[in-house]
Design a protein around this ligand. Structure first.
Ligand code: FAD
Length: 638
């Protein structure tokens, strides 16, 4: 797909250049007096939070932003494999994959030793992330991802839309009420940004608040949570441009280190013409802010042209630009609690909890998974399904990721920004080190190797040998299987939708699942019939049997009739009692998940997947008691 030939046009890329119009803001409305969840900020963290909560008719949510409407330009553009897996949970990964620039190669350029004023390609390599996921790392305007989330919210049962032109100015948490889960301990005040300063403030009471309000988070300041870390002294320029260039890798992600003028990163963008350049600029004085530098887009272009010598860069249009300097900092807490036994009511997510340089493309790709982690926990606690203590695990799981991000960014920033000078001239050849860094950190960069430490919601490491390719704590690594009833190949990972449900993936043993001595058969019967079955314990009478815990069976055998299997595997659902035939799969030669994920063929196993696609535990098929015990500290009895 090609777009922006006659100039950059924001909006729905499924609509041609000639007729595309920018998305508009919903009409302003009066704010509600009280809600279950208040989300401040409509960046990727806020929208991912809202998108999940919007699916529950019994949760009231309000999401606000000081901006006047949806984002149109700029900011993050790299969409990691993991982010696309998450977008698959919202059913919009295909559209992103279609629209985005897909990153297949990286090129490395340095000063030409024969003519040091010129740059020369040292090498080009396949992107290290290829094969880590069914998705390829891509590049597309952050606003497209926002649009897809906004569309999903508007089309959901709650028809949730953001309230723009609202700036959070005060936030108070009534500590006396925080451990009463029916109470509304949060009180937030908003100023209208489209009106004069003396217009009256609007107040909302909330049971929970999620601060997704970016690096200068007002929620964080009101919660009195400090940022820990360093600020940088290096300014960078970033610009999205429509340009002509004879630089041979203008459509390949390139790391360029010149001898005397600093570094440039070339990031080709969606649509074939647009390209983003990150350009190394000046050192800042102590306490000097990048925004106060007397530099503009013309300076960024001039600097890029110097670095790219001998190649030409003829900029025809600048779609967006910015100058920034960001240090590596993490919030000292990700929620409002200071004691182990307190249940949090206020959370920080995204850039509000971690700031770092944008060059690694990790901002959006860490912010969105933050709230993908928190969303299901908060929804299930509000709906009375899960224990409130589950909310403590958000900070412990995601703060660790933030620290990993900060360390990786510190390393990457030092490698990319290596303006040579007399002292460092001897080792200015940094591109080989960048390549090594990318190869070493490829799982982290792709987001696919991010795992949570052992806890009561990530446990059972002693059984890991039963399926070595499904790492407990990491996301369920998708693989294909064939649907039994109609022979359709399906990505198992894409069954993990963002609907708050847990999923049991049962990889059957090598006996026929119809035989009485098959462990899979015994497990199906336990789940269907036993009072101890977590499905029976936590599903309320009248609910569909898969509404809390869904099930997916993968059989090594193909010649089975679904009706011969226990009814749990083709349950009657909905008001018409129609059978769901999409819960049983089998392997075939092209799609052998047992081989691909190192599953013990003889014994099989059950993989318990959390609503955020991470693996909660992995158990032998006959570990019925352990399966029940796993859910006990998490769930509340019906
Ligand atoms: C100018 C800029 C340039 C960037 N460039 C890049 C880049 O080139 N590459 C890259 O990977 N990343 C870049 N980033 C970072 C990337 O956009 C973020 O990491 C990512 O968007 C974080 O998502 P978030 O949802 O946590 O916060 P944000 O996307 O920052 O969203 C926060 C939202 O909160 C709103 N808000 C803030 N304060 C209040 C308040 N008091 N009341 C109400 N609303 C409020 C803001 O208007 C904003 O919409 C850039 C960020 C900025 C700000």
């Amino acid at each position: 797909m090609q777009y922006h030939l006659n100039g950059f046009k924001p909006g729905n890329l499924q609509v041609g250049d000639a007729s595309r119009v920018p998305p508009s803001a919903p009409p302003l409305r009066e704010l509600p007096d009280q809600v279950d969840v208040l989300i401040v900020g409509t960046g990727p963290a806020g929208l991912t939070m809202a998108r999940q909560l919007a699916e529950f008719a019994d949760i009231s949510t309000c999401i606000l932003d000081l901006k006047s409407g949806p984002m149109l330009f700029g900011q993050a553009d790299g969409i990691s494999c993991r982010t696309q897996e998450i977008m698959a949970a919202f059913d919009c990964s295909e559209i992103l994959a279609k629209e985005m620039y897909q990153l297949h190669r990286n090129a490395f350029w340095e000063a030409d030793s024969d003519n040091p004023e010129h740059i020369k390609r040292t090498h080009k390599v396949p992107d290290a992330r290829i094969g880590l996921s069914e998705f390829t790392h891509g590049v597309v305007n952050q606003s497209r991802l926002h649009d897809l989330l906004l569309e999903g919210m508007a089309n959901s049962v709650t028809h949730l839309v953001p309230d723009y032109n609202r700036q959070l100015v005060n936030l108070a948490v009534d500590e006396a009420l925080t451990q009463d889960f029916t109470a509304y301990p949060i009180s937030a005040q908003f100023k209208r940004t489209d009106k004069s300063d003396d217009s009256p403030l609007e107040t909302i009471k909330a049971r929970y608040v999620v601060g997704c309000d970016g690096g200068r988070s007002s929620v964080r300041q009101h919660l009195d949570i400090a940022m820990v870390g360093d600020s940088t002294n290096k300014a960078w320029g970033v610009m999205d441009i429509l340009a002509n260039s004879d630089f041979p890798d203008i459509r390949v992600k390139s790391f360029i280190q010149s001898k005397n003028h600093g570094a440039v990163m070339v990031v080709p963008r969606e649509g074939g013409y647009l390209v983003r350049l990150y350009v190394e600029l000046d050192l800042l004085e102590k306490h000097q802010r990048a925004a106060n530098l007397d530099l503009g887009v013309a300076d960024i272009i001039r600097q890029a042209q110097k670095i790219l010598t001998p190649y030409q860069l003829d900029v025809k249009e600048v779609a967006w630009w910015s100058i920034y300097a960001v240090g590596q900092r993490v919030a000292e807490r990700f929620d409002n609690t200071t004691a182990e036994d307190q249940i949090p009511r206020a959370f920080l997510a995204g850039d509000a909890g971690h700031t770092h340089s944008p060059k690694g493309g990790w901002g959006l790709n860490t912010s969105l998974p933050d709230t993908f982690n928190l969303g299901w926990k908060l929804a299930s606690v509000i709906r009375g399904q899960n224990q409130p203590s589950l909310l403590k695990t958000y900070a412990s799981e995601r703060r660790k990721v933030a620290n990993m991000l900060i360390n990786a960014d510190r390393e990457m920033s030092a490698l990319v920004a290596t303006k040579p000078n007399a002292e460092t001239e001897a080792n200015t050849s940094k591109t080989a080190e960048i390549e090594k860094f990318i190869a070493r950190q490829n799982g982290f960069i792709a987001g696919t190797s991010i795992g949570y430490d052992e806890s009561y919601i990530c446990t059972g490491m002693q059984h890991q040998h039963l399926a070595t390719g499904f790492a407990i704590g990491q996301r369920f690594h998708s693989a294909m299987a064939t649907r039994l009833v109609d022979g359709r190949p399906v990505h198992l990972g894409h069954l993990n939708k963002a609907d708050g449900r847990w999923r049991l993936f049962i990889f059957a043993d090598d006996k026929s699942p119809l035989a009485a001595d098959s462990e899979a058969n015994k497990l199906f019967k336990f789940l269907q019939e036993s009072e101890q079955s977590p499905i029976n314990r936590y599903t309320t009478t009248g609910q569909d049997i898969d509404s809390v815990i869904d099930i997916c069976a993968v059989l090594p055998q193909q010649d089975i009739e679904i009706q011969d299997l226990p009814a749990l595997l083709w349950p009657a659902k909905g008001k018409l009692g129609l059978h769901d035939y999409e819960k049983v799969y089998h392997t075939c030669n092209e799609h052998d998940v047992f081989t691909q994920r190192g599953i013990n063929r003889q014994a099989g196993c059950v993989v318990v997947v959390r609503p955020d696609q991470h693996i909660g535990t992995l158990l032998p098929l006959n570990a019925h008691d352990q399966l029940s015990a796993f859910f006990e500290p998490i769930m509340l009895l019906k």
